[in-house]
Design a protein around this ligand. Structure first.
Ligand code: FE2
Ligand code: FE2
Length: 265
């Protein structure tokens, strides 16, 4: 099985940015900026993304947890009379997976917090400007470009699991690093699947050349904001000059696993 050339071009476009997002996290682990306070900050921000994050799916406006939950309730009446049972099953599975991600990172946070500091809970979580900018862009893409915009959001979800892969690489290290690695390993499997959800069927949907081009532009714009979102989440391990260099393509791209993605024999 050979990979569709247009899909390959799209992945080639995304691969340097995916590598850039991974570089943010990898650099952070050994950065002089890293303290317990910055660890607690990125963990709470990741919990924000897993619980309140939005702009990725058509059902998650209002936050992954409450937005999707409201949709499940609203559609319960229409199962198999307008809302396909398998679509409901997908919703429920996605709902459980994202809450499991929230739990995984919240558990690491609670383990790491100083004695006497309050436990984490969803109402205490806050967004940050670069996360808001990414979310706003994703909503704008969906509003302006409909299905193509949604497709771009799905494709960029999780950023080829950069955070989770680099977190897993901490396995075997002592203390909090081992705990972070375990949480990231749990999330990694799900998020690889979620990204593939953005790729599934893309070739068979008969997109026009103009639509492929638009998809590439939307994906590029989102992935650039993802790098800024991650860099801010992790207290800025990469300099602005390094971010600019990554945007110019001065980075070894991620090697996309076509076989794992089911796109090559
Ligand atoms: Fe997640
Ligand atoms: Fe996800």
């Amino acid at each position: 099985m050979t990979v569709d050339a247009r899909l390959q071009r799209l992945i080639d476009l995304a691969a340097p940015y995916w590598a850039g997002e991974a570089e943010v996290v990898r650099t952070y682990w050994t950065s002089p900026k890293r303290t317990r306070a910055t660890d607690l900050l990125w963990l709470s921000r990741q919990c924000f993304k897993e619980f309140w994050g939005s702009g990725v799916g058509k059902y998650d406006k209002g936050g992954i947890f409450l937005g999707v939950l409201k949709n499940i309730v609203a559609r319960a009446d229409a199962i198999d009379t307008g809302f396909d049972r398998h679509e409901m099953l997908d919703l429920l599975e996605g709902f459980k997976a994202e809450f499991a991600h929230y739990c995984a990172f919240a558990d690491v946070y609670d383990e790491l917090r100083p004695a006497g500091a309050p436990r984490l809970n969803p109402k205490r979580l806050e967004s940050w400007p670069e996360e808001d900018a990414l979310t706003a862009l994703r909503f704008r893409h969906q509003e302006q470009h409909g299905e193509i915009g949604l497709r771009a959001c799905k494709l960029t979800e999780g950023g080829y699991c950069g955070l989770f892969r680099e977190g897993m690489a901490l396995a075997g290290k002592g203390g909090v690093d081992g705990t972070i690695a375990a949480a990231c390993a749990l999330v990694y499997e799900d998020e690889f699947g979620h990204m593939l959800g953005g790729i599934a069927n893309i070739v068979t949907e008969g997109l026009s050349d103009a639509e492929w081009k638009l998809l590439g532009e939307l994906v590029t714009a989102q992935l650039q904001l993802r790098i800024r979102m991650r860099n801010a989440q992790f207290s800025g391990p990469l300099s602005e000059a390094r971010v600019a260099a990554i945007f110019r393509g001065e980075i070894e791209p991620v090697a996309f696993d076509y076989r794992r993605a089911g796109l090559a024999a």
